[in-house]
Write a protein that binds this ligand. Structure first.
Ligand SMILES: Nc1ncnc2c1ncn2[C@@H]1O[C@H](COP(=O)(O)OP(=O)(O)O)[C@@H](O)[C@H]1O
Ligand SMILES: [Mg+2]
Length: 263
């Protein structure tokens, strides 16, 4: 298997007395699309920040490929969206880019022609694409996107994930994304990691959507998505190997009532 671009080995993160991440391991390899899925407060952003070296580890280690070029879009932008600033100017923060490079990257994410618009005048979908455009300017080998579709409606979300897939194809970049929404994300991912302070389950979208741990975390809200994958699943496998035998483990039951996946 190819060497990972980035990996975490049994990391723990504590804030004060609270252990927010416990024993989390993961690796992202070239050209993979990996999605971290989990309820609000499950430590997704903290995990991303730990991978980026922005929060101290209480235990474990993070490794990055030497010279790794990273593009990162945080969940909360340091720049106030309502501040007067053109798209063109935003793309040149903090590193100045040429008009040609700016135009090229905007076209690549499907918002050509917005360079002279105010950031505040963009629609939600355009705004998220401009964030992605800026992250692409460094020709990253790994894109890290923390809830890149927040505030978008479902068609907007689906279109955004399609764009991510195109970016991966065009640039060969790996993508590590965070989300708390389900079906579109799962369809767009090679691998899903279900997080709730620890890694509850992981695998292909199909395997994860059939895992009792996943169902315990996301409960009935996933009926539609499960049906989608179940259908596919019924046609592909007949050995009953990764079927859910209804053995929900007792220790997952406490999560059942949390059900906090905000939309
Ligand atoms: N810098 C911080 N200091 C103290 N607590 C934090 C900090 N960052 C996150 N937390 C806490 O860690 C938990 C996980 O937060 P976060 O990683 O943002 O979750 P998610 O992104 O999955 O919603 C939350 O309880 C949050 O309040
Ligand atoms: Mg978060």
């Amino acid at each position: 298997m190819t060497a990972p671009l980035i990996s975490a080995d049994r990391i723990c993160v504590r804030f004060g007395g609270a252990e927010v991440l416990h024993d989390v391991s993961l690796a992202v390899r070239p050209a993979e699309i990996v999605t971290i899925l989990g309820p609000n407060g499950s430590g997704k952003s903290t995990l991303i920040r730990a991978l980026l070296g922005m929060v101290p580890l209480a235990h474990g280690a993070v490794a990055r490929a030497p010279g790794l070029r990273l593009g990162y879009v945080p969940q909360k932008l340091a720049v106030d969206r309502t501040m007067p600033m053109t798209v063109r100017r935003f793309l040149s923060l903090p590193v100045r880019v040429s008009d040609a490079a700016a135009a090229e990257v905007l076209a690549r994410v499907g918002v050509e022609g917005v360079a002279n618009r105010q950031m505040a005048a963009l629609s939600g979908g355009q705004f998220q694409r401009v964030l992605l455009a800026r992250a692409l300017l460094s020709s990253p080998q790994l894109l890290i996107l923390d809830e890149p579709t927040q505030g978008l409606d479902q068609p907007g979300e689906a279109a955004f994930y399609q764009l991510i897939e195109t970016v991966r194809q065009d640039t060969g970049a790996a993508v590590l994304m965070v989300s708390h929404d389900l079906h579109v994300v799962m369809a767009a991912s090679d691998r899903v990691i279900c997080l709730n302070g620890h890694v509850c389950c992981e695998g292909t979208p199909r395997v994860v959507s059939n895992a009792p741990e996943y169902r315990a975390l996301f409960g009935l809200g996933t009926k539609g998505a499960l049906a989608l994958y179940q259908h596919d699943h019924d046609h592909d496998h007949h050995n009953g190997h990764d079927h859910d035998h209804g053995h929900d483990h007792a220790h997952f039951h406490p999560h059942r009532h949390e059900h906090t996946h905000a939309g």
